[in-house]
Design a protein around this ligand. Structure first.
Ligand code: Z5A
Length: 222
């Protein structure tokens, strides 16, 4: 594998999509080969599973069944998109990955840690993100941002956005706990800052952590 696998995690409306788009633009501008993808989804088969889950059709089956569906989608995404890209020297920026299953289904959904770890083992095999950005902000701010974005696009809240505030606060704590457990992989970014400052913090951390990106220009902010 010569490409780097970089994942973005956090609660609703944390700014992951915004920052992935900015980082992809920056890396492309520096002549790196890079793709942006997302979970659940990212491949045609996984996108079908995404619609099923986020449409709420699996909710009544419970968090373990949802964890199985996220895992099935992940296996297809890894096999058909992520591994081929990394093997071709393409950097992969992924909007959510296995940490989301740990937090949403594991911590908030109370699926046992051993089950979640077994699923992760089956899906990921030896694949691990080289780096994970955890965009951190209070749940209330994230939900309000997500709500404004949906109102602007005329969309409805999805399966997880409909959960109560306690659920969303637990998510935040869950992501911060993962960052504590895996400090070599994870960097927590203060996502309450304005988008340019978030972008700058991400780029600085990426350059500091991954030698592939060290020494490239730091100054430009989109
Ligand atoms: N899920 C799961 O349960 N288990 C799993 O294993 C996986 C996922 C992989 C996917 O939904 C859902 O699946 C997710 C977890 C669950 N829960 N939900 N809902 P999704 O992909 O549709 O949604 P999301 O991942 O939560 O992303 P999001 O809500 O679209 O947010 P975002 O990508 O982090 O934020 P954004 O779209 O970049 O920004 C949101 C708005 O805020 C937008 O209007 C921006 O212009 C604005 N924004 C962005 N940055 C800023 C700053 N810095 N300041 C002010 N405003 C900003």
């Amino acid at each position: 594998m010569t490409g780097r696998f970089i994942t973005f995690e956090g609660g609703e409306g944390a700014g992951k999509s915004t920052q992935i788009e900015r980082l992809q633009r920056r890396l492309s501008g520096l002549d790196f080969k890079v793709i942006a993808t997302r979970e659940p989804g990212g491949s045609p088969q996984a996108e079908k599973i995404r619609s099923f889950i986020l449409g709420g059709e699996a909710k009544h089956m419970g968090p373990f069944a949802e964890a199985l569906l996220f895992t099935a989608a992940r296996i297809d995404h890894i096999d058909t998109v992520i591994i081929p890209a990394l093997a071709n020297g393409v950097h992969v920026l992924c909007d959510r990955f296995a940490d989301s299953t740990k937090v949403y289904q594991g911590i908030s959904g109370q699926v046992s840690r051993s089950l979640i770890e077994s699923l992760e083992q089956v899906a990921l095999k030896s694949l691990r993100p080289d780096m994970t950005f955890i965009l951190d902000l209070p749940a209330e701010i994230g939900l309000s941002r997500a709500g404004e974005r949906q109102a602007g696009k005329g969309e409805r809240a999805d399966r997880f956005e409909q959960e109560d505030i306690a659920f969303h606060r637990a998510l935040r704590e869950g992501f911060l706990a993962i960052a504590k457990e895996a400090p070599d992989r994870c960097v927590v970014i203060d996502a309450t800052q304005d988008p340019d400052d978030v972008e700058r913090a991400i780029w600085t951390a990426l350059q500091n952590r991954l030698p592939d990106f060290a020494g490239t220009r730091v100054s430009h902010v989109a």
